[in-house]
Write a protein that binds this ligand. Sequence first.
Ligand code: DGY
Length: 434
Amino acid sequence: MALDTGTSELDAKAAKILQKNDRGGFTIPTARLYPFQWNWDSVFIAIGLDTFDRERAWVELESLVEGQAEDGMIPHIIFRQDDPDYFPGPAVWQTNKSTISASGISQPPVLASVVLRFANEQGDAGLRHVEVMFDSILKWHRWWHNERTPDGCDVVCTVHPWETGRDNCPDWQIGLNNMQTDPELEPYKRKDIEHADPLQRPSMDEYDKYITIVKFGRDHDWNQKILTNDGPFLMADPGIFFILLRADRDLLDIAQRLGRHDVVDEISSWITAAEGAADYFWNDKIGAYCARDVRSGVFSNGFSNASALNFYAGVGTPEQREQTLGHMRRIAAKTKFSQSSWDPDMPSFESQRYWCGPIWCQMNFMIAQGLAEQGKGEMALKMRDDLGALITQSGFYECFDPVTGDGCIGTDFSWTAALWLAWASPSLPRSSTA
Ligand code: DGY
């Protein structure tokens, strides 16, 4: 049943959610389930904050950069203080690599792209903020290219499903099945399943493996090269790859505007290398960009929402793009709303379990942006309308069942509120793209 609120009431509610989740200079995704600052959440939240408080949007991004580790990584969670309601908290990670306590892995690097978006909107005033952050973002991109690109591999990889942001997507089962749970893992108590329906969250087996990887990092003093080359899990994620490629292009644009000619060659070389390596992800068997286990070379055979991010990265021959669109149309015909996080034709599809099916607004936002840029405006508009309809039907949930439209897991969720304000709200001109 649709919420009995009008558009402007939902706009006001969205702004209120962002204010309610503000913890003083940074915004949590939702109370209790995620009580700290999350990396890509904050970046999408800033896009929403920018619609009503431009300076606060910059503060959100600056507070994220404050958590940067000495090796350049911007961590996936910045703790600032402990919270007994969350597991695994700072006492489990034990990173000690930044002035603020944080996790030991990263998350998809959308920051440069949003910084460029703000610079485009705000002219010189925006560029002054960008200048302050530029070296930190550059250092983070360098970290991806150096520390997360394993020896002998041409593409950036990931060491933990949490780093991809697509936590329990069935893509990761290949890598998780290749590793053992550490027999010395200390007993632990999950908190997430006290705050959310366990049927919508990852399994216990997945959690044991997630914590095993954290233990490996901790046991190796968070030496990121060791974690990448010798850690228990090593997969290549089309999501991280496409997001980083776009972010590198956006960083290059920023460098040129700031007159930072000293780093233009370095950034350009990352872009050229990635453009030449994108076919590493192309799975001929199904005709799509898919995740891949790096050590065995085995492809995932399902179409995820990250498979559709090639448009956002401007990647693919006309045939590869057409095949990608074919999958999107096939999936759209099976689900009421687009774009599900996992392929409904796969046996592992679950319409309400986290990344095994539900729709995620931030993924829709990036996919639609890519589609619009590549001349697929109609599909982009449908994704925008679908998100608007989902929120109007169910509220500001963390993610949504693509078949029924029901909201799943976290409520009053910050990035959903933010992307309503910046993109999906019918108060905005319908012609506006992401
Ligand atoms: C969680 O706690 O589920 C997070 O996704 C980890 O980043």
